[in-house]
Ligand binder design. Sequence first.
Ligand code: BMX
Ligand code: ZN
Length: 329
Amino acid sequence: MNEEVSIGIDIGGTKIAAGLVTIEGAVLYKQVVPTATEGKEHIIFQLQQLIQSLLGEAKKIGFRTVKGIGIGTAGQIDFKNGIVRSGTSNIKDWNDIPLKKEIQQAFALPVWIDNDVNVVALAESYLGAAKGYDNVVFLTLGTGIGGAVIQEGKLLHGEWGGAAELGHMSVDRNGPACNCGYKGCLEAYASGTGIANQMKQYFTKKPELYDGPIENITARDVFQWANEGKAFAKSLLDEAIDALAYGTVNIIHAFNPSLLVFGGGIIDQHSWIIPDIQNRVRNLGISSLVQSVSFSKAYFGDEAGVIGAGYQSFLYRENVQKEGASYEG
Ligand code: BMX
Ligand code: ZN
């Protein structure tokens, strides 16, 4: 066997997944570790270990060429220069890291780095739910809420790569404080951390309703309680989905997409959220815009990040050869 393979790494607020990805989008081998909570040096060390181990695995299963290393990470990523410029507190200390340079120097392979949901958009556009669509918006509901925009067939990066932080679109300027420093962000209402925080605050105000340790409450608990018919959890999720509906209308007004793709851990487990948002959106906003949008679940589920990250090596290979300068390895 002498096919090409790429290393794809997806760095999220809770876990880092790394795999060997083919040009068809198959993940041949994957490793997952919890994202280090001690700071950037620890995460970089985790990345080096994962890459080392994947290179060994690629050799073992007979792949002659490892084309490159593609990274998709939560945070505001300088796509042109391969730098993590900043991140919310979902990942401790995740700022000012010349990640591309560090990894390239360590492994002498081409390295690509982009926001985690931007690379989900690549996977889904080239190989998955958004294939054939030119104007698409992606939202992932996980530890945080991430966004990506494909506009007229191109991934929207903005000036340096920080565009489409759609989780930090405010739907209420008097709303709950967000990890990013802003107020009323979608992420503060409807991400895993947002849902858990809302629930914690509720019980802190009404301690008679909960006798367990409030600090240990997770979004999973809230979904479970709602499932059991507990009114406080049902109304909290109703708020979250309403916030998502308003946010979605804002997105539709801004980008006029023909397709919205929802992914991330929360959607994987509770895909009923998608038609629920869709039904609410139908009755909101500018009708010509909202009526013409389709809603879909991400095709690749929780592997979309690894596949999209790895896919960068195949997608940008031409540019590396043409421009030369973007690969200094
Ligand atoms: C946060 C933000 C985004 C990211 C999104 C989804 C940071 C560290 N993260 O809004 O850049 O795309 O979360 O990330 O700034 P995840 O952790 O849920 O995968
Ligand atoms: Zn925010």
